[in-house]
Design a binder for this molecule. Structure first.
Ligand SMILES: NC(=O)c1ccc[n+]([C@@H]2O[C@H](COP(=O)([O-])OP(=O)(O)OC[C@H]3O[C@@H](n4cnc5c(N)ncnc54)[C@H](O)[C@@H]3O)[C@@H](O)[C@H]2O)c1
Length: 360
């Protein structure tokens, strides 16, 4: 399929009402904003229990500049969503009653499941909570959609590239057999199995998205792409394990949202399941990431470290299927996407420094 103009996507999404469960997070609020620009009605249901304002306000592990920075990111999310007329409900999606109320009120035609502990490391520290937020919330969505299958035409599940486990070659596609390890990847894969079962047995339309190594504006998750630019800006070294030769399929949030919107517009019929890798589609090394940072912070300090033996082996996620079936074409390689993000981060860092100096 060739790249479809956004005007056509807008027409395809006309009349849709999309509920984003866990939608106040990094991916969710960016998706909400872009859907609103296409005229789609959006409700976010989120209880702010992960990566939240309270965590940031009470953390003793971050500096005053980081506190000001992260609070700005989180408050900006809400300001942008309010200005874009995104509806918001404070809902714990583990509660069927609370989530059911949001369903009754909003009457969604599509539901996107985003709630989770979105860090494999944090999930490993609290496996019970990981299970609850990943799977019990998904169960509630599916049970609410089952009787409403005539109204809800698609449920989208945010899975992860980690379901593939250690890569055996340089790249994987959607036919590569998943070999998840750890609680985060296993609950993701269990979620995929669960949602496929509902599609086949209860005639739901299902889409599974596998993203990888995201970076972008207003993210507070502190993955390597964020830690590196922060370290550079605060004079701390960027630690390059094994010389920084480990590779990840780094993806700018704008490309992921573009792919998600295409899959929402081009969903197949009820009872069908689709699985898509939505990434940049070309793994890049940590050393290359550090190279982009040097363009924004020329005196960034790079320090080599021995490679950790338990580091997962990753690589490229093929996006050939998404290109063929939904016309997905990522536009942001590290050289432009990560550069733009780092330049934005530097401005935000300086704003936070001024606020912290004034004791805000
Ligand atoms: N960011 C990435 O690089 C990445 C990569 C692959 C997959 N994913 C997946 O995408 C999804 C979204 O990730 P993100 O980066 O936006 O994470 P995030 O932490 O920014 O957002 C998750 C949101 O879910 C909400 N939430 C958690 N439990 C909830 C509950 N019980 N009820 C209602 N809301 C609840 C949180 O408050 C938070 O706002 C997750 O499932 C994550 O595993 C993310």
């Amino acid at each position: 399929m060739s790249m479809t103009p956004m005007s056509q996507i807008k027409t395809l999404l006309q009349g849709e009402r999309i509920l984003l469960v866990g939608g106040a997070g990094f991916i969710g609020h960016n998706l909400a904003l872009d859907l609103r620009t296409l005229g789609v009605e959006v409700m976010v249901a989120d209880n702010l229990m992960i990566n939240s304002l309270i965590d940031v306000l009470y953390s003793t592990k971050i500096s005053p500049v980081q506190r000001a920075l992260y609070l700005n990111f989180l408050i900006d999310r809400f300001d942008l969503m309010r200005e874009a007329n995104v509806e918001f409900r404070n809902v714990d999606a583990r509660s069927m009653v609370d989530l059911g109320r949001a369903f009754d009120e909003f009457q969604p035609t599509k539901v996107v499941h985003l709630s989770a502990i979105a860090s494999a490391v944090d999930a490993g520290k609290d496996p019970g909570l990981c299970f609850d937020l990943q799977l019990n919330t998904l169960r509630n969505i599916l049970e609410l959609c089952r009787p409403a299958a005539s109204k809800v035409n698609q449920v989208m599940e945010l899975s992860s590239s980690t379901v593939y486990g250690d890569f055996e070659g340089d790249s994987v596609d959607e036919n590569t057999r998943p070999r998840p390890h750890g609680i985060y990847s296993n609950t993701k894969y269990m979620g995929e199995r669960l949602i496929r079962t509902y599609a086949h047995q209860h005639n739901l339309g299902i889409t599974i998205i596998r993203p990888s190594a995201l970076y972008g504006e207003r993210c507070v998750s502190r993955r390597v792409s964020q830690v590196f630019i922060e370290n550079a800006l605060s004079g701390k070294p960027l630690l390059l394990e094994g010389g920084g030769d480990g590779k990840l399929d780094f993806t700018y949030i704008k490309d992921l949202i573009n792919g998600m919107i295409r899959t929402l517009a081009y969903y197949k019929e009820r009872g069908s399941t689709q699985t898509f890798n939505i990434t940049f589609g070309n793994a890049r090394s940590i050393a290359e990431l550090a190279g982009v940072i040097r363009q924004v912070v020329p005196d960034a300090i790079l320090e080599e470290r021995p490679r950790a033996l338990d580091k997962p082996i990753r690589g490229t996620l093929s996006i050939e299927r998404a290109s063929r079936e939904i016309g997905f074409k990522p536009e942001w390689p590290l050289e432009t996407g990560y550069l733009q993000y780092c330049q934005w981060y530097k401005r935000e860092w300086e704003r936070a420094e001024r606020m912290a100096a004034r004791g805000l």
